[in-house]
Design a protein around this ligand. Structure first.
Ligand code: MTE
Ligand code: MO
Length: 434
């Protein structure tokens, strides 16, 4: 990237500039007074500087939406420490993992997807980080990470996190939001303490209904009084065994974009419940109404709707468990190979287990049972494999479908909803036998 001067004459790097002071960066480049002012456009010094940084004029600069960072700059620097992820958006950072890179039983930290709603905190120090538990508890407490480790049982478990919007890219009519295809899912090994132990130590009052989670990230507007996201779960869910307050990922530090140094991991429910950069959990006697809990965010219609149907906000309900789903991680979509193929992948169903994974290579006319492992622990995804012998050279599709412990099978077609959540249609990969 060109190390030129930004509009203030002191910012050599556009990400640094937007990262430090997004409002000022927008004003300088786009002439916008507030982040929500979408009419701003590049002009004057902002335009000249942007053009200098790009090394070219921008003929259609008047069409550039305010705040847009040119794709020419949307480079790997926001994906430091990640391996092979596809960047969907760089402000905030959203990146998914191609399915074939999710082949491991335990997802390496470098391949765990990133879903940010705001700007992560910078220069975090695990040594001074604190977590406050308050609201409707008998004894409000503030813990350091060392306190958590010494006061509570430390456990290591494999826990699957899937974004509620994973698969959104396939909705028709399309749904606004990050166009996740398959890779907003991962199953790292997390080390931490149980949420329920920490809540119990605080003494949960009898009128508690919901948890409320607060992280240290900043709202995109830069407004310190606004949270980018604050979600919660019903207290009964919070008291289950497999929810962790995690301080290690795969035996090492959490990746800075995955919530370092402390995060919640709520397996089986929308990833948004798993607050990153966790600073505070407060208990409430009402359903939590923080940012991204209300309206249409992480909510779905309370009934089946037709594709494109308009749904009133009051007809939306909070998404709880994620539905039964599977992902083929081998072969890679579009691969060419011989007639013998080991099909591999993972399957999961929030708060349930998967009982069967079926594989088809003849467009669903016949199905064979894959070998399916039990979850390594409650909350982990399950690995499957099947040896497939393809009859002759040609084009094939490998399809996988999971059925869960309640007998629910993945559908062929999307159950459409306005915000594009919960797409659990069967995964298909193309394969050519030469
Ligand atoms: N503080 C904070 N926590 C957050 C988010 C966020 O933007 N800020 N995004 C949530 C969403 S929508 C998802 S899907 C998961 C993704 O976790 P990951 O980025 O570690 O993969 O984090 C959740 N926790
Ligand atoms: Mo998400």
């Amino acid at each position: 990237m060109a190390k030129d001067h930004g509009p203030t004459g002191e910012s050599p790097d556009i990400h640094e500039f937007f990262g430090k002071d997004p409002v000022e960066a927008d004003r300088a480049f786009f002439g916008r007074k507030t982040y929500s002012d979408r009419r701003g456009f590049l002009k004057g010094t902002g335009l000249a500087t942007m053009a200098a940084m790009l090394g070219a004029n921008i003929p259609f600069h008047r069409n550039m939406p305010g705040g847009l960072i040119p794709a020419a700059f949307a480079s790997e620097d926001v994906l430091v420490g990640k391996d092979g992820l596809t960047l969907l958006n760089d402000r905030p950072v959203n990146a998914e993992t191609p399915p074939h890179l999710l082949d491991d039983a335990i997802t390496p930290t470098a391949r765990h997807f990133i879903r940010n709603n705001g700007i992560p905190p910078e220069n975090v120090d695990a040594g001074t980080w604190t977590l406050t538990i308050d609201g409707l508890v008998d004894n409000p407490m503030t813990y350091s990470i060392a306190d958590l480790k010494s006061k509570f049982e430390v456990v290591t478990t494999a826990l699957a996190i899937e974004c509620g919007g994973n698969g959104r890219a396939f909705f028709n009519p399309p749904a606004k939001g990050n166009q996740w295809t398959y890779g907003a899912v991962a199953c790292s090994e997390w080390t931490g303490v149980r949420l329920k132990d920490v809540l119990n130590a605080g003494g949960v009052k009898s009128n508690v209904v919901y948890t409320a989670h607060v992280g240290a990230d900043t709202h995109l507007s830069g407004d310190p009084d606004k949270l980018p996201i604050s979600r919660g779960v019903p207290i009964a869910k919070a008291m289950t065994d497999n929810i962790l307050i995690a301080f290690a990922q795969n035996g090492g530090n959490l990746h800075p974009n995955n919530g370092a140094p402390l995060r919640l991991v709520v397996p089986g429910w929308p990833g948004s419940c798993s607050q990153k950069w966790l600073k505070r959990i407060y208990l409430r006697d009402v359903v939590h109404d923080g940012p991204k809990m209300t309206g249409k965010a992480y909510r779905r219609p309370n009934r089946r709707v037709e594709p494109g149907e308009k749904v009133e906000t009051e007809d939306f309900v909070i998404i709880e468990r994620m539905p039964v789903k599977s992902l083929i991680t081998n072969p890679m979509n579009g691969a060419t190979g011989g007639r013998s193929v080991e099909v591999r992948g993972h399957a999961w169903s929030g708060d349930r287990t998967v009982s069967v994974v079926d594989i088809s290579y003849d467009f669903g006319a016949t199905w064979m049972k894959a070998e399916l492992d039990a979850p390594v622990n409650d909350g982990a995804w399950q690995n499957f494999r099947a040896n497939v012998e393809l009859p002759q050279a040609g084009y094939y599709e490998i399809w996988a479908r999971a059925t869960d412990s309640a007998g629910v099978m993945q559908p062929h077609a999307i159950d459409w909803n306005p915000k594009g959540y919960l797409n659990n249609t069967m995964h298909r990969v193309a394969l050519r036998v030469s």
